[in-house]
Every structure is written in C-alpha cells, then in structure tokens.
Design a protein around this ligand. Structure first.
Ligand SMILES: NC(=O)c1ccc[n+]([C@@H]2O[C@H](COP(=O)([O-])OP(=O)(O)OC[C@H]3O[C@@H](n4cnc5c(N)ncnc54)[C@H](OP(=O)(O)O)[C@@H]3O)[C@@H](O)[C@H]2O)c1
Length: 293
C-alpha cells in the first residue's frame, strides 16, 4: 500500500495520476488529505482518503497504519515546516512504514549564507531525520518547478516587454513539476531506490536573458531583461503594492540564481524517466505562443 501526502496539491495529485497510469490499482493507493472536500476527484478515482495534518501527530499515526511506502510531499508552510516534518517522520516510523520517498530541495549553497536558507533549512533537517530513522528512504532533491517561471516573469510581461528580476546572469535548471511527479511514481513502483538521493534538475540551465530572447522569438514582441539590485527590486514592487512576503520569496530565488546557486544540471531525472526533459523553450512556446493562445 502506497500513501501519498499533499494529495490535494499539485505534486501529490500528479504523482497519484502517474501511479494509476502505471497500472497501480486505486485500491493500493491511499491519499492523505486535510480537507475531504478538496479530494472529491481522488475519491471518484477510487483512491481511499485518510485525514491527517502535519501539525497533528496522532492524526498521522492513525493515517499511516498498514502503509508500506510513503510519498512524503514536503509541506507548504515554511515557517512551521520543521515541527510538521518531524511529526511525519516520527509517525511513519512508529506506524511501521518501511520506505519514505521525500520531495526535498536542492541548492548549490545549502548553508545559512544562502538567500534560500528559510526554504532549505527544514528540508535539510528532514533529510537528516530520514537518514537517521532506520526506515528505507529515497531523497528527491527537487529543483525549481519550471511551472513557476511565468510567475517570475509577471502576468504583464508581454504588455510591458520587460522582465524585471534581480537574477543577474545566473541560470536555473528548472524542470516541469509533472516530470518530477512522473519520475517519483516510477521510483515508487520499482526497486533499488532505497538509500538513494537523486538530484532532479534539467539537463540545461537557463538565464532570464535567454528567456527574454526566446520570448521575443516566440511572440514577435521585443522583450528586454532588466536586472535591478535586490533593494531596487523590493522598492519598485513595494511601490506597486506587492505584499512584502511575495517580494521576499521572489527576490530570494532570484538572488540565489544570480549567485549561481540554482544552476545545477544533471541526468538523474532524465534517466529515471528514460527520455529527454522538456526544455524551457518548449515550455515557453506552450504558454506564450500566439498559436496556443
Ligand atoms: N521545487 C519548487 O519549485 C517548489 C515550489 C513550491 C513548493 N515546493 C514544495 O513542494 C511541495 C509540493 O508542491 P505543490 O506544487 O504540490 O504544492 P501545493 O499545490 O501547494 O500542495 C501542497 C500540499 O501540501 C498539503 N499540506 C500543506 N500543509 C499541510 C499540513 N499541515 N498537513 C497536511 N498536508 C499539508 C496541502 O494540503 P491542502 O490542500 O489542504 O492545503 C497540499 O495538498 C510544496 O508543499 C513545497 O514544499 C517546491
């Protein structure tokens, strides 16, 4: 029996769909959800629901009973994630889970000096707890979702013709979330992954300058990339009324990229999928090509 946490979110849902596509019976899949009403689609696919919250240890303890493999999708509440993840690992161990597959994070600089430390810290602690737990574990060090690139570009990028981000000439090896979820389903349904750490990145990294060029080609409009300092960026966005939390998050990813912390590339993911990964150019075409809109 495989239990997927975060099953009402994008990654968990996608992983479940790939498990079903691979022929795993819905009767062998369990979804951990906080809110049953958000899971009607899962229910209609025949996937059993168990109610649990990372904040509530006992709910997890009950939910994990009889589970052999657990896909632990990291929580979205970065401020409370440390205690939440500790609950998940402890409850899994106490309930007799044999193998946890965990969606972690990767950066070249995984120390306090990284602008992404707030995001990274709880992931790195969770990796340590898993390694010390005595359960089998597989750690997926996931790069940035390519799906988030349009959010970094802003919804008016084609109107303004400007990409405005403090990412300098730094690159990111971002990958489509669905490709990571598909590879995760492959891992959950095959053996020899215990004790392994995989780096899920693309085979090529890209900069926002390259994105500006590609967007110009795709749309026929001139798109320029401007890289302000982080301070200028924060001042400008504050002037437009963007909430400080959003500015902080976008800025920390952009500055980490400028520092070269997200430029890693590799073949772990393409090997597990058995094919080449979707390039950013293909993705931009899908999202921005006038013929697709
Ligand atoms: N690599 C990247 O670029 C990137 C970007 C963003 C996030 N992430 C990480 O990857 C994870 C999966 O991404 P995603 O796109 O699927 O995120 P998402 O759509 O926001 O889904 C997050 C899932 O986690 C569940 N969750 C949150 N807090 C929980 C709690 N206290 N107890 C139980 N479940 C809880 C949510 O449940 P509800 O539906 O009830 O809210 C939801 O199902 C995120 O949670 C985050 O850790 C990675």
């Amino acid at each position: 029996m495989i239990l997927v946490t975060g099953a009402t979110g994008n990654f968990g849902k996608s992983a479940i769909d790939f498990l079903l596509k691979k022929g795993i019976s819905s009767t062998n899949i369990v979804a951990l959800v906080r809110d049953e009403e958000k899971a009607t689609d899962l229910k209609s696919k025949g996937v059993a629901l168990r109610i649990g919250d990372y904040d509530n240890y006992n709910s997890l303890l009950n939910a994990f009973i009889g589970i052999e493999k657990l896909l632990f999708v990291s929580g979205s509440d970065v401020f409370n994630r440390e205690a939440q993840h500790q609950n998940v690992v402890k409850a899994a161990k106490a309930s007799g889970v044999k193998h946890i597959v965990y969606t972690s994070f990767q950066g070249k600089n995984e120390t306090e000096s990284s602008p992404l430390w707030l995001v990274a810290q709880s992931h790195l602690l969770t990796e340590t707890w898993l390694k010390e737990s005595g359960m089998d574990y597989t750690i997926l060090k996931n790069t940035l979702y390519m799906d988030f690139v349009p959010a970094f570009l802003g919804d008016k990028v084609l109107e303004t013709g400007i990409i405005y981000l403090p990412a300098g000439n730094g690159k990111v090896g971002a990958v489509l979330r669905s490709e990571m979820a598909e590879a995760t389903a492959n891992i959950l349904t095959s053996s020899h992954h215990a004790g392994k750490t995989y780096r899920f990145t693309n085979q090529e990294a890209f900069s926002y300058q390259e994105i500006a060029q590609q967007l110009s080609e795709i749309t026929g409009k001139t798109i320029n990339y401007i890289s302000p300092t982080a301070e200028e960026y924060a001042q400008t966005l504050t002037g437009y009324g963007v909430p400080a939390d959003f500015i902080g998050l976008f800025s920390s990813f952009a500055v980490a990229q400028a520092n070269g912390e997200l430029e890693m590339v590799g073949s772990d993911l393409s090997q597990i999928l058995g094919r080449k990964l979707t390039s950013v150019k293909t993705f931009l075409n899908q999202v921005y090509s006038p013929s697709n809109n």
